[in-house]
Design a protein around this ligand. Structure first.
Ligand code: ZN
Length: 202
């Protein structure tokens, strides 16, 4: 089910050392209350990327169910990512040029992709292993849900074949293509009010 090659291919990672205290301008307080209940516990539909709530045993060591108190942020991020895919044409367009040629819409509808939780990521926000196992770290949750969203987008780009080499910016550019940053950040400097970070590599 999970070929060894998938298990050993690890793509990393958004990093808290490079991206600190970030949040989107429309949500100035990363510690604010989670979204309304109506956004929280939407049941997984027949075609939707899955969040591990204890119903999945990841083949990757250290990838665990998302703790109950953090799940609402991931449900919110997944809902927001689907909104991005439907409203921002550049999002699908960008993903379609990545090596596996899968659109963001397609990835978000893929039930074989699982989002897990990991305490082994150190300062990294997230990690993708193979093309179907994502882990989000506690540091991303600490910063806030916009960073969780950006990390999910970044790791989905790895699921689409974006390189994790430490000189490569393919995965983080997906965050920009999804409207979570400003192009001016590429030539000026990082704007701490957006989740995108032009300094992120791999
Ligand atoms: Zn990465």
């Amino acid at each position: 089910m999970y070929p060894l090659a998938h298990r050993t291919l690890i793509e990393c990672c958004r990093n808290a050392d490079r991206v600190t205290s970030k949040y989107a301008p429309s949500r100035p307080n990363p510690n604010q209350a989670d979204p309304p209940v109506s956004h929280r516990f939407a049941p997984d539909g027949p075609s939707i990327m899955q969040i591990n709530i204890g119903d999945h045993r990841s083949p990757v060591a250290g990838y665990l169910p998302v703790p109950p108190h953090l799940r609402s942020r991931l449900y919110w991020a997944r809902t927001r990512a689907r909104l991005i895919a439907s409203k921002i044409p550049d999002a699908d367009k960008y993903f379609l040029h990545l090596p596996k040629r899968r659109s963001l819409t397609e990835l978000l509808a893929d039930r074989s992709i699982w989002i897990n939780y990991s305490v082994l990521l150190g300062g990294d926000y997230g990690e993708a292993t193979g093309y179907d196992q994502i882990a989000i770290g506690s540091s991303a949750f600490r910063v806030g849900r916009w960073t969780v969203l950006a990390t999910v987008i970044h790791e989905l780009a790895h699921c689409d074949g974006a390189s994790g080499r430490n000189t490569n910016i393919e995965a983080e550019l997906a965050v920009l293509a999804c409207g979570l940053g400003k192009r001016s950040e590429q030539v000026l400097s990082d704007d701490p009010c957006t989740p995108y970070d032009p300094r992120t590599r791999g």
